[in-house]
Ligand binder design. Structure first.
Ligand code: TYD
Ligand code: MG
Length: 447
C-alpha cells in the first residue's frame, strides 16, 4: 500500500493553466508528417528511438541499477552537445566530480570508434576526445531548482538521472513515491512540450518491476526504453517497449567496455561467436516478457543418479514443468532420463513461466543426455503436450522477428502454426510435429 497525497489544488490550477493557447485545426491544415529530429550518431540508440531525438518529446529509460543507464546517457549527451546545442545533465545520485570521473572514462571511446561524433566540436586532441563545450552537469534533486536551471540555460536536451530522486517540496510525500514521480514527470512533460526541449528520464526498476516509478510513468511519456542485460556479462540490450515516434520491436545492442558502452552493430556475429564454443546441453528459447520477446539460453545437464530417486533440480523454472518434460522425454521421445539426475538452468537469473520455453528445455536436456550440441544458429519455440506433440504458442512471429534481429537463422516451431501473416524474413522455419522430430532436427550429428 502506498499513501498518495494530493497537492492543494488551488495554486496549481490557477497558475499552471494560464490562457487557452490551443485551437482546433482541420486535419489537412495540420503541418505534417515526419518530426524533425536531432541526429544521434549512436546508431543503435538512434534506431531504437525511431531515428533520432524528437524535440519536445519525453523519453524514459528504465533498467536495473548498475546496468549502464547513466553511462549511455552521458555518451549520448556528449555527442548531442557537440552536434545540436546545450545539454543539461541533472544528477540526483552523483556529485559533479563523480560524473566527471565517468566522463573521463568514456572520453577514450568518444574519439576512437566514431569519427563523426566529434566532427562538429572544436578541438580534437590525440587519444581522448576533448570535453564538449556545451555539456553542463549539475547535482540537484529539487524540481523547482532544476526548472530554474533550465530557464537560465535553455538546453536543447535535458537529462534527469533519476526520476526517483527528484521531488517537489510542496508535495509532502517523499522522493520516489508514486505521487512525486508522477507530478514531477507531468511538470517536465509540460515544459518539454512548450519549449521543444527533449527530456530523458532515467528510472530504476527492480527485478520484479515493483518500484513506484517507471510503471506509473509509462503512460505519461512518449517513449519507454529498457536497458537490460546481466550485470556480470558485458552485453546490454536497449529495447523500445513504447514509442510514439517509432516501432516498438526495435532492439539496440551494446557492449559494456572499459571506456563506456560500445555499439554492437552486428549482434548476430557477437551472439553466435559466444555460442560457437558451445558444449552439449544448451538451447535458446524465445519467451515473451509482457509484450517483449526475449532470447534466453537454457542449460540442461543429466548425470547418472547415484542411488535412490533421481533428482530434478530446476533453476529459473517451475519444478512441476521440469517433471512433466522429463516424463514426456522418457515416454514419448525414448530418452532414458528416468535413471538420471537432471539439472535445468535458465541463464542470467531470469525466471520463465511460459510453456513456450518447453521445447528449448527438453532439447537442452536431450542434448546433454546424447552429448550432442544444439546447432548454434537455432532457436526453439513451442509448448510440449503430454503425448509428445508440439503445440503452437502465441505471438510466434514477434518471437521469430526478435530471433532474426539477434542473428539466429533457423527456428524450430510447432507445425500447427497457422499460415496467416507468414514468417518474417531472414529466418528459416523448421516446422516439427513432435518432440522426437524436433530433437532429431535440433542436435548436431556426431562427427
Ligand atoms: P552506470 O552507468 O553507473 O549504471 P546505472 O546508471 O544504470 O546505474 O554504470 C554501471 C556499471 O558500468 C558500473 O558498475 C561500472 C561499469 N562501467 C564500465 O564497465 N565501463 C565504463 O566505461 C563505465 C563508465 C562504467
Ligand atoms: Mg546511474
Amino acid at each position: 500500500m502506498v499513501e498518495q497525497v494530493t497537492a492543494a489544488p488551488s495554486r496549481n490550477a490557477a497558475s499552471a493553466a494560464g490562457p487557452v493557447l490551443s485551437r482546433p485545426k482541420r486535419l489537412r491544415e495540420v503541418e505534417g508528417g515526419e518530426e524533425s529530429r536531432l541526429p544521434l550518431p549512436i546508431h543503435e540508440f538512434s534506431r531504437v528511438l525511431g531515428g533520432g531525438v524528437v524535440p519536445g518529446s519525453i523519453v524514459l529509460i528504465g533498467g536495473d541499477p548498475g546496468i549502464g543507464k547513466s553511462t549511455l546517457l552521458l555518451q549520448a549527451s556528449w555527442i548531442l552537445a557537440g552536434a545540436s546545442g546545450p545539454v543539461l545533465y541533472v544528477s540526483g545520485e552523483e556529485s559533479e566530480r563523480q560524473m566527471k570521473m565517468r566522463a573521463v572514462r568514456i572520453s577514450e571511446g568518444m574519439s576512437g570508434g566514431e569519427p563523426e561524433s566529434s566532427s562538429s566540436s572544436a578541438g580534437k586532441s590525440g587519444g581522448a576526445a576533448a570535453f564538449p563545450e556545451s555539456l553542463f552537469l549539475v547535482t540537484e534533486t529539487r524540481l523547482d531548482a532544476i526548472l530554474e536551471h533550465v530557464q537560465a540555460l535553455s538546453p536543447r536536451i535535458l537529462i534527469i538521472d533519476s526520476i526517483q530522486t527528484v521531488y517537489l517540496p510542496e508535495l509532502t510525500s517523499s522522493a520516489g513515491s508514486v505521487s512525486q514521480v508522477r507530478e514531477c514527470a507531468a511538470r517536465l512533460q509540460t515544459l518539454a512540450k512548450s519549449s521543444g526541449m527533449a527530456v530523458f528520464l532515467i528510472g530504476h526498476v527492480t527485478k520484479e518491476g515493483v518500484l513506484a516509478g517507471p510503471r506509473v510513468l509509462e503512460h505519461i511519456v512518449d517513449t519507454v526504453l529498457y536497458l537490460e542485460g546481466d550485470r556480470f556479462q558485458s552485453y546490454r540490450l536497449l529495447r523500445a517497449v513504447k514509442n510514439r515516434f517509432g516501432a516498438v520491436a526495435e532492439v539496440g545492442v551494446f557492449e559494456m567496455r572499459g571506456d563506456g558502452l560500445a555499439e554492437v552493430s552486428n549482434p548476430s556475429e557477437a551472439f553466435l561467436a559466444e555460442r560457437a564454443a558451445q558444449s552439449p546441453g544448451s538451447a535458446i528459447a524465445v519467451v515473451m516478457e509482457g509484450t517483449r520477446p526475449l532470447l534466453i539460453e537454457i542449460q540442461g545437464l543429466t548425470s547418472p543418479a547415484a542411488y535412490g530417486t533421481p533428482r530434478r533440480t530446476p533453476n529459473g523454472v517451475d519444478l512441476y514443468r521440469l517433471l512433466l518434460i522429463s516424463a514426456v522425454l522418457t515416454r514419448r521421445a525414448g530418452l532414458r532420463v528416468a535413471e538420471e539426475d537432471i539439472f535445468l538452468n535458465v541463464v542470467g537469473g531470469i525466471r520463465i513461466d511460459e510453456p513456450a520455453a518447453d521445447l528449448a528445455m527438453a532439447v537442452a536436456i536431450a542434448s546433454s543426455m546424447k552429448d550432442r550440441p544444439v546447432a548454434a544458429d537455432l532457436v526453439l519455440i513451442g509448448e510440449i503436450g503430454l503425448s509428445g506433440e508440439l503445440r503452437a504458442v502465441s505471438q510466434t512471429n514477434a518471437r521469430l522477428r526478435e530471433a532474426a534481429a539477434l542473428g539466429f537463422r533457423r527456428a524450430i516451431v510447432p507445425k500447427t502454426v497457422r499460415r496467416g501473416e507468414g514468417p518474417p524474413k531472414g529466418i528459416e522455419i523448421i516446422p516439427c510435429r513432435s518432440l522426437r522430430e524436433a530433437i532429431a532436427s535440433a542436435l548436431v550429428p556426431h562427427e
